[in-house]
Design a protein around this ligand. Structure first.
Ligand code: PRP
Ligand code: URA
Length: 216
């Protein structure tokens, strides 16, 4: 059977709580940032299952030696925040992945065409093909930005089946594009919303994630 895009919406009370705070138009920027941090943390926790590379070893407890599992330090782990809004999720992700390398990718949508333009690219020329990559971007709307990010990554050797996307609100157009192009990929999101309006905003969504994160 062909692999298919998998989209997980973890049924966790903390994720539901922070999503509700983020959606609320009355939430001030300082609290919105906390919501992004917490969503980044708990969605990364879920994404790390069967993704973070481990190794089997033994450790000596005060009483006896016993089998143990450790994170494998030999296999590179990378986080790619899509600026600006992806930075909001990064802090929470980093608390769980303190040794990961962070490669910033700055993309901004043209407000009329909704096409993304890249203004910062800190990706390495080539990734080790074993690299576990976690992309953070709270909004997958038309899918233009995430598809541009995936193209930059795969042309540098990233394996989509070792890649996880952590987002907050995913919309059908983006999920359809990802599914057609990257069937082995896995997305972790707090919600899948119904639609994208003619201005490119997810409805009901949470508004402009970058502006709300940075108070602009
Ligand atoms: C937002 C968001 C995504 C993109 C999603 O970024 O953070 O990157 O839009 O939209 P799409 O799926 O239609 O491409 P934006 O371009 O507004 O930049 P910002 O994060 O700097 O606000
Ligand atoms: N980007 C956002 O920040 N919000 C949306 O609803 C869509 C794209």
């Amino acid at each position: 059977m062909m692999p298919q895009l998998r989209v997980y919406v973890p049924p966790h009370p903390l994720i539901k709580h922070w999503l509700a705070i983020a959606r609320d138009a009355a939430t001030p920027s300082v609290l919105f940032r906390s919501a992004m941090t917490e969503l980044g943390r708990w969605l990364t926790y879920e994404a790390a299952r069967e993704w973070l590379p481990t190794l089997e070893t033994t450790v000596q407890s005060p009483l006896d030696s016993c089998p143990a599992t450790l994170i494998n330090p030999e296999i590179p782990v990378a986080v790619v925040p899509i600026l600006r809004a992806g930075l909001g999720l990064l802090e929470g992700a980093q608390t769980l992945l303190p040794l990961a390398s962070i490669y910033h990718l700055g993309l901004v949508r043209n407000e009329e065409t909704l096409e993304p333009a890249c203004y910062l690219n800190k990706l390495p020329e080539k990734f080790d093909p074993q690299t576990r990559v976690l992309i953070t971007d709270p909004m997958l709307a038309t899918g233009g930005s995430i598809m541009a990010a995936m193209a930059e990554l795969t042309q540098r050797g990233v394996d989509p089946s070792l890649t996880r996307i952590v987002c907050v609100v995913a919309a059908p157009p983006a999920l359809q594009k990802l599914s057609a192009a990257y069937p082995g990929l896995i997305v972790y999101t707090a919600t899948i919303d119904e639609t994208v309006n003619n201005k490119g905003y997810i409805v009901p969504g949470l508004g402009d994630a970058g502006d709300r994160t940075f108070g602009t």
